[in-house]
Design a protein around this ligand. Structure first.
Ligand code: PHB
Length: 389
């Protein structure tokens, strides 16, 4: 009797323990700039993640999702991001690290993910090398070489012979500059000038004058999405570079939907390449943009919102496939080769690099129904990061 009772109690405890385990939430630590100059990055990614949960429910593989957001403003200070990641692991006991608006943040947190054995889902930071910094990183956003090569090819094929490049002086800018040069020169073009501008410096006057004096056919520009780009485009028009016959070409960071209204008509005609446009015509994007407009009526969805949405999809799918496991090795193995239809088009995770494979579109900024949009007119399908080759 005593023994039977003992077994009975043990069985009850076992059932209780398993029940409690199954009900344990999966905690995702989102490290994002929520204030400061890059606050829009955090806002858009956070919107995308929450929109996914609102649409698809918040329980996957039997486990509920719990989000813990940490503001790593300004987003460019690696030590801040790293300290927050350590806090999330040790104090908040998160299972997954995610977010990462800017490259310095992702670089700084990578060793924490490796050491703590936590999956790390990168939702923006786009320097090619990010995914090489930890075997637990999976990226759902883009890489700078990936979104730069198509506009370089377009330029070489469309009568542009001489280009001056202007990039932000940090990882993504160096990647953009290097890839533009490689692709454009291989296509028969010539680089007639290169400048790297400080990420914090919004005074483009001296650089623009230098570009004007050099008289290239076009300026290629990469600047992290936001105010820097707005001030560059303003200066470009005010200093008469357009009248001097100089074209403006860019990665889509310059004309993304969070900033394009601030450019106004100054952005019309800018040719750029990118992986997401609010105007992308597909049933998935129609559903996404409509849901976004309903949930966040004062914002326009941009590439970061889609990366947040897709990043949450990746986590949800992995949990569904593994029955709720957050083991980092299992997580990454399950994510490798995963394919799905994103609002941006078809995407997959390269099993060799854990990086995103996607369609990259060449677009032209136009007014559509009164709204400034990036109108796609060409594309490269299943494009892997050329920066890894
Ligand atoms: C980055 O820091 O990796 C980054 C930030 C903003 C962009 C693209 C890349 O628009």
């Amino acid at each position: 009797m005593k023994l039977r009772n003992g077994i009975g109690i043990a069985a009850t405890l076992f059932t209780f323990a398993c029940g409690a385990l199954a009900a344990d939430p999966v905690k995702i630590g989102l490290i994002l700039p929520m204030t400061g100059p890059f606050a829009a990055y955090g806002k858009q990614i956070d919107h995308g993640v929450r929109l996914y949960l609102a649409k698809h429910g918040d329980t996957f593989g039997g486990r509920k999702i719990e989000l813990v957001v940490k503001d790593d403003a300004p987003g460019t200070a690696g030590d801040v991001s790293k300290r927050l990641a350590q806090e999330l692991v040790v104090k908040d006991k998160v299972d997954i690290l995610a977010g990462f608006g800017l490259t310095p943040s992702a670089f700084a947190v990578a060793p924490v993910a490796t050491e703590a054995k936590k999956p790390m889902v990168v939702m923006n930071a786009a320097t090619s090398a990010v995914t090489t910094k930890s075997n637990y990183i999976v990226r759902v956003s883009m890489t700078l070489p990936q979104i730069t090569a198509p506009v370089a090819t377009w330029a070489a094929k469309n009568g542009i012979k001489k280009v001056f490049t202007v990039v932000a002086d940090y990882g993504p800018g160096h990647d953009a500059e290097g890839q533009f040069k490689k692709t454009f020169v291989a296509g028969g073009g010539e680089i007639v000038g290169e400048v790297r501008v400080p990420v914090k410096n919004a005074d483009f006057a001296p650089y623009l004058q230098k570009v004007k004096d050099t008289r290239p056919d076009a300026v290629f520009v990469f600047l992290p999405a936001g105010e820097l780009g707005v001030s560059f485009v303003k200066g470009f028009r005010e200093r008469g570079l357009e009248q001097a016959g100089i074209k403006l070409i860019a990665t889509g960071d310059l004309t993304e939907e969070e900033s394009v209204d601030a450019h106004g008509d100054a952005a019309v005609g800018v040719i750029n390449s990118f992986h997401y446009a609010e105007a992308h015509a597909s049933p998935e994007n129609k559903a996404f943009t409509e849901a976004y407009a309903k949930a966040y009526p004062s914002d326009r969805p941009n590439f970061m919102a889609v990366a947040g949405y897709d990043g949450m999809h990746l986590i949800a799918e992995v949990l569904a496939k593994t029955g709720g496991s957050v083991d980092a090795d299992k997580f990454v193995d399950t994510a490798k080769g995963m394919k799905w239809m994103s609002p941006r088009g078809p995407i997959s995770i390269d099993p060799a690099t854990r990086d995103i494979v996607q369609t990259v579109y060449v677009r032209k900024v136009q007014r559509v129904g009164g709204k400034l949009q990036n109108v796609e007119f060409d594309h490269i399908d299943e494009f892997k990061d050329p920066g890894k080759q």
